[in-house]
Design a protein around this ligand. Structure first.
Ligand SMILES: [Zn+2]
Length: 193
């Protein structure tokens, strides 16, 4: 469990349909509760069935375009936490022949933490929505600041609540800047020259 270097691999075809999953995928899917980048998958379905949030989907489309256009791998850091474990991951997106793509999620570092109800799949939820960054898992506070989940729990006083907010997926400005390259070219296709 949670050995650094563990990886899961999945591939998609030119239409972004999942064609295989392998490596430690099942172990990851079982131990993961809340992150949107991991989770169980079914071969034959669109990759985008498993990516929550409009903006996250947009970033993925951009990354796939970039990988196919330049025919070179792209590496994206992300978090794939469970309620008891912070997991720092690296997503390697690599072009294959015929516009197929291989994704490899590699565990870079894992640190245990006290159980975080906010990330537990079966926790009772209120109607309140908390936006979580799909890549770094930081949470957006009402004042617009993005903080680690533990800090959000303290700052929002979530421990005293009977129900914890529902999570929605978005992207924080830091990850957005990293993934788009620049803040001001959001949504535009990447330069391929
Ligand atoms: Zn982020």
């Amino acid at each position: 469990m949670d050995a650094v270097g563990r990886s899961s691999v999945w591939t998609i075809d030119r239409e972004n349909v999942i064609t295989s999953v392998g490596g430690d995928w099942d172990a990851f899917a079982e131990s993961n509760d809340a992150a949107s980048l991991c989770g169980s998958s079914v071969v034959g379905r669109s990759l985008f069935d498993f990516i929550s949030g409009e903006e996250t989907q947009r970033i993925y489309r951009l990354l796939l375009r970039r990988v196919r256009a330049v025919d070179a791998p792209v590496i994206v850091p992300f978090r794939c936490d469970s309620p008891e474990m912070r997991r720092h991951m690296r997503l390697e997106i690599e072009p294959l022949s015929e516009r197929a793509i291989e994704f490899r999620g590699v565990l870079v570092a894992a640190e245990p933490r006290p159980h975080l109800r906010l990330l537990a799949r079966n926790a009772p939820r209120s109607k309140a929505l908390l936006v979580s960054c799909s890549f770094c898992l930081h949470m957006r506070l009402p004042d617009g600041e993005w903080v680690e989940a533990e800090d959000a729990v303290v700052r929002l006083g979530l421990l005293t609540l009977e129900r914890t907010p529902r999570l929605a997926h978005g992207i924080c400005p830091a990850c957005k800047a990293k993934l788009y390259g620049r803040r001001d070219d959001m949504g535009k296709p990447p330069a391929t020259s």
